[in-house]
Write a protein that binds this ligand. Structure first.
Ligand code: NAD
Length: 428
């Protein structure tokens, strides 16, 4: 996240250098891939509700489009930085390549805090962002999506501005639109379901029946809720979830030995995925401290809340029963924790494989919007299953064949597919 002392871009470049070494990439290819191909930085003047004009800084970073149009979210954040954009754009390239969708990686944003802006002011920022980029983004070159603090409403304002400038309807310009206005059925479920599809395959690989497994989950928002729903459907039991309690401004773990009831727990969950501890206690949950989700005697851990949650300090608390960690969140595991997990030989489903269901379904939205023909939910989820299963198989087979850690194997596939596309095009 922006504002932290470490630089995310330097971190992803270090990871990239490690993988470039494993792959033996030549220096031109490595130079091309360790930096974004294009960056746009610009100012957006907005007349505020009080009559004054304020100037906002906007960004779009396009890391690589050798495999297809760039794809990546637009964030509104007061501490946004160009280096965070660069890092996230690069990670999007690898994620799209691992999921084998024909898209490249990008990311964008505006330095602002929507909490302090009226809807009209936010609309002006969205429209200004598109005006600055109108000839550099579009359904065939770079497709934005919602990210931190941006919503379907922001996407519709951006779409409307883009279509006004180009004098056409162009629903494939942007994803994350509401269903009925160009959005895809199944998008809500896609990320959480994708996590469980890869988990199902990992269990099969390890010869474990899902109905004999127990899991503990960090987070109870969109990703976690949908992951739990599908995990229950394949027979698993969740005994602990950890999430934020807005009333106490702290997070807790909520435990039920016999397994949580998803719908009952949802009935006391706020719109941001938070749970009031007193309401959980009334439902018979044990209230434990925030990190307790990690210490449970379970087979599977699913971090699906925030980045950097499994750290060098708490990784040693992971119960020795744990066999699989399925990363629903982006970057939930720090480099120090990753070393500990690797030594313990826990099977890791790395974030940009496990949570790729979101971008896979965004790609489906883009395809449906470009055709202006929308699929039934079952069709979307069936195609999602196929993509996620294939991605798992590719990463797992490479990991076995070359005796690589799953995270490294996912990186090797992502980076090598993008490198190959650059070579095939004659760029390097
Ligand atoms: P969300 O905002 O819907 O839910 C976040 C959850 O985390 C909430 O339940 C919240 O209570 C909990 N939380 C916040 N602080 C916490 C803390 N300190 N300890 C424990 N729980 C805490 O978000 P989401 O859409 O479910 O996304 C979760 C993660 O998955 C994020 O890292 C996100 O970047 C990543 N991700 C999401 C998608 C997607 O499609 N939504 C796609 C890819 C990756």
């Amino acid at each position: 996240m922006p504002g932290k002392s470490y630089n995310l871009f330097e971190m992803v470049q270090t990871q990239f250098d490690h993988i470039a070494g494993i792959l033996g990439l030549d220096s031109a290819t490595a130079d091309l891939l360790r930096n974004p191909m294009r960056e746009y930085q610009f100012l957006i003047p907005v007349r505020m509700d009080d009559g004054n004009v304020r100037i906002f800084r906007g960004f779009r970073v396009q890391h690589n489009d050798a495999r297809g149009p760039c794809k990546g979210g637009v964030r509104f954040h007061p501490q946004e930085t160009i280096d965070t954009m660069r890092a996230l754009a690069m990670l999007m390239s690898w994620k799209c390549a691992v999921a084998d969708i024909p898209l490249g990686g990008s990311k964008g944003g505006v330095i602002c805090d929507p909490h302090n802006l009226s809807p009209r002011e936010q609309e002006q920022i969205c429209r200004g962002w598109v005006r600055q980029l109108a000839s550099n983004i579009g359904p065939m070159n770079d497709v934005p999506a919602p990210e931190i603090m941006t919503t379907a409403q922001h996407m519709l304002w951006m779409l409307d501005e883009y279509e006004s400038i180009h004098g056409t309807t162009s629903p494939g310009f942007i994803t994350g639109k509401p269903v009925g206005l160009g959005g895809s059925l199944g998008r809500k479920e896609a990320t959480g379901y994708g996590v469980i599809i890869t988990l199902r395959e990992a269990l099969a690989e390890l010869g474990i029946e899902p109905q004999n497994t127990v899991a503990s989950v960090q987070g109870f928002g969109n990703v976690a809720q949908n992951a739990i729903r599908l995990y229950h459907q394949i027979g698993g039991k969740v005994v602990c979830v950890s999430c934020w309690d807005q009333s106490d401004q702290t997070s807790y773990s909520f435990k039920k030995k016999d397994g949580i009831d998803l719908d009952t727990l949802l009935s006391i969950t706020d719109q941001f995925g938070g749970i009031h501890k007193d309401k959980a206690r009334d439902l018979g949950y044990e209230i434990l401290e925030a990190d307790a989700w990690l210490e449970q005697n379970v087979d599977i851990l699913i971090p699906a809340a925030l980045e950097e949650q499994i750290t060098g300090e708490n990784a040693s608390k992971i119960n020795k029963q744990v066999k699989i960690i399925a990363e629903g969140a982006n970057s939930p595991t720090t480099a120090e924790a990753d070393e500990i997990i690797k030594k313990r030989k826990i099977f890791v489903l790395p974030d940009f494989l496990a949570n790729a269901g979101g971008v896979v379904c965004s790609y489906f939205e883009q395809v449906q919007s470009n055709m202006n023909y929308y699929w039934e939910k079952d069709e979307v989820l069936g195609k999602l299953d196929l993509k996620m299963t294939s991605a798992f198989i590719a990463v797992n087979e490479l990991a076995k064949r070359r005796k690589l850690y799953m995270r490294d194997a996912a990186y090797v596939i992502g980076v090598s597919r993008v490198a190959q596309a650059c070579k095939d095009r004659g760029w390097v």
